[in-house]
Design a protein. Structure first.
Length: 310
């Protein structure tokens, strides 16, 4: 009988300890605001939490990449805005110089001015962002062109470029974010001859025609400059589209990140209302258990012996 009483007491103490531990855990959740602080708090939720936190880390990296790309794209777009304005200036000079009343001396002076403008376009092709050449493509650590008025295009191509980089958005979709100076200003045919829309070649053809007082050559150069200007506007439009893609991708990454962070909070953080109810119930259960145990009759060993004799 005494043994049975000991078993009951031990069970009561074990249950009491379990209840006290539950109260302590609930109080910790309420005070810290965190429901899961270690895997053992909810083993079933750990895998989901780890995956969500991994996804959040990936999205932060996507956002960081997009932020860096945005600076490059914005620099490229601004540079091409400047280049299109320069080409408008060239068109105006070309039309003015085509008049038969313009003297050779005037055209010679305009030729020097167009040569300076060609240098401005080369400078635009060397636009940098954070120490890298925006139109350098995969080789963005060095300039790609320099002025050489003895060249057929008025410039020297220092390197052959390609732009293979792709930017990835939050869904895994990729898109090209840049074009090279060769793509933009020195467009070539497959056999590497200058294309009809080659910007450098068009401007240089006007410079040469002005220097030699070649009126038919000036008129021909006007057509070439129009074609090259239209092509340059297409390159500007490309950068405008990329700006939109980067903005959309950035918004999407932020949206997904917020969703995942909310999911983590839902799984990990304490639901204060629920925890308050649980804490009240647990404390009530503890008090009831103690009161019930206190109300049990206390029988001594002497009583057991006396009852046994009877």
């Amino acid at each position: 009988m005494i043994q049975n009483l000991n078993i009951v007491s031990q069970q009561f103490l074990a249950n009491l300890q379990t209840l006290q531990q539950r109260i302590a855990d609930t109080q910790r959740q309420v005070s810290s605001g965190v429901r899961i602080s270690k895997p053992s708090d909810d083993p079933g939720a750990v895998t989901d939490l780890l995956q969500l936190e991994s996804d959040i880390g990936r999205l932060k990296q996507v956002s960081s990449n997009l932020s860096s790309v945005k600076g490059e794209v914005d620099s490229g777009e601004a540079a091409l805005q400047s280049a299109t304005q320069i080409m408008l200036q060239v068109q105006t000079l070309a039309v003015q110089s085509a008049s038969s009343i313009v003297t050779a001396a005037t055209r010679s002076g305009l030729s020097e001015l167009v040569g300076q403008i060609l240098g401005q376009l080369v400078s635009v092709s060397q636009t940098q962002f954070e120490g890298r050449y925006v139109f350098g493509g995969d080789t963005d650590g060095q300039p790609s062109y320099q002025v050489n008025l003895g060249s057929p295009t008025g410039v020297d191509r220092l390197i052959t470029m390609s732009a293979t980089r792709q930017i990835q958005d939050a869904t895994g979709v990729t898109f090209a974010d840049s074009r090279t100076a060769q793509d933009i200003f020195d467009h070539r045919n497959p056999n590497d001859t200058t294309a009809a829309d080659n910007v450098f070649a068009a401007v240089n053809s006007l410079r040469v025609a002005l220097a030699t007082n070649d009126q038919p050559g000036i008129i021909s150069a006007i057509d070439s400059i129009h074609v090259a200007s239209d092509y340059l506007s297409q390159q500007l439009a490309f950068y405008g589209r990329v700006q939109d893609q980067v903005a959309t991708a950035t918004d999407l990454a932020h949206k997904f990140q917020l969703q995942y962070e909310t999911a983590v909070s839902t799984k990990k953080d304490t639901d204060m209302a629920t925890a308050a109810v649980e804490l009240t119930q647990e404390q009530t259960s503890l008090q009831a258990a103690i009161q019930a145990q206190a109300s049990l009759p206390r029988t001594s060993l002497f009583s057991f012996i006396q009852n046994g004799q009877n």
